[in-house]
Design a protein around this ligand. Structure first.
Ligand code: CUA
Length: 286
């Protein structure tokens, strides 16, 4: 475009200088008319149409509204909630559907579709390294599809102001090799194995399981983020703190101190040793 633009600019300036030097029109009216039709209408039309076609041809890699109709073998449902992400994987290859939260695992080299929803207010789904961004709007479903081309761990922030903890609403994206991805899905479908430990019992006794499900151990709970294999996650509180025992304990004690507006109530009335046992249990869910 720079080369083309420079050539056209030189031609235009050349003609302008040529015209300004001459007192009398050098061309007949007919020649001038032809010059206007071919040089002023036909030539720009052809050049601009060619550039437009080229730009549209380039678009699928950068514009999701064109790309989203490409077929994807899997559609993952992601729902924005204040201030976390509910993620539902569909059944696939004989493995059942399951729910997880705040961490998305994708298969490298495979196009994936997302069905995007919101539970309360408008959020926005954006994985910067994969391009494409789509609002999540209550009462409707938006679709978007993306192609992860390299493995790695990436961060995806909420990109629509949704309340006090908008900047603390993020999820991790882990793009995996096929063998790892299949093993992960198989494990997710099976769920955690009950160990009967102290933390597991306290998790149930103190009511954690009323809002958070741990597949294979507790019944399904849908109010808060699913915590199956919580220990595998990068962060606690949807991108708020690194996933360590200490941070999980801090979060349980007073979620709003780390995440203003979080719906989970504070559990600072629990004995420290109970909070420590529950944190140990959660971080150990691998
Ligand atoms: Cu959710 Cu901003």
């Amino acid at each position: 475009m720079v080369v083309g633009g420079t050539l056209i600019w030189c031609a235009v300036v050349g003609l302008l200088l040529h015209a300004s030097q001459r007192r009398n029109a050098p061309w007949s009216e007919r020649t001038a008319g032809r010059l206007i039709v071919w040089g002023g209408v036909a030539f720009p039309l052809v050049v601009l149409l060619a550039l437009l076609a080229y730009a549209v041809w380039l678009m699928p890699s950068i514009r999701p509204w064109l790309a989203r109709h490409a077929p994807a073998p899997e559609t993952i449902e992601v729902t924005g909630e204040q201030f976390w992400w509910r993620i539902r994987y569909p059944a696939r290859d004989g493995l059942p559907a399951f729910e997880t939260a705040n961490e998305l695992r994708l298969l490298v080299g495979e196009r994936v579709a997302f069905s995007l929803k919101a539970a309360d207010v408008i959020h926005s789904f954006w994985i910067p390294v994969l391009g494409g961004k789509m609002d999540m709007i209550p009462g409707r479903t938006n679709t978007l599809s993306l192609s992860p081309t390299k493995t790695g761990i990436f961060r995806a922030p909420c990109t629509e102001f949704c309340g006090t903890s908008h900047t603390l609403m993020a999820f991790s994206v882990i793009v995996m090799e096929p063998a790892d991805y299949i093993a992960w899905r198989r494990a997710q479908a099976a769920g955690d194995v009950p160990g009967g430990g102290e933390g597991e019992q306290l998790f149930a006794r103190h009511g954690c399981a009323g809002c958070h499900g741990v597949r294979g151990v507790t019944g399904p709970a849908t109010l808060g983020p699913d915590l199956t294999f919580f220990g595998q996650r990068q962060t606690v509180g949807a991108g708020t703190l690194a996933n360590t025992k200490e941070n999980v304990a801090r979060f349980i004690r007073d979620p709003a101190a780390w995440k203003p507006g979080a719906k989970m109530p504070a559990f600072d009335m629990l004995p420290s040793k109970d909070i420590a046992a529950i944190s140990d249990y959660l971080v150990g869910l691998k």
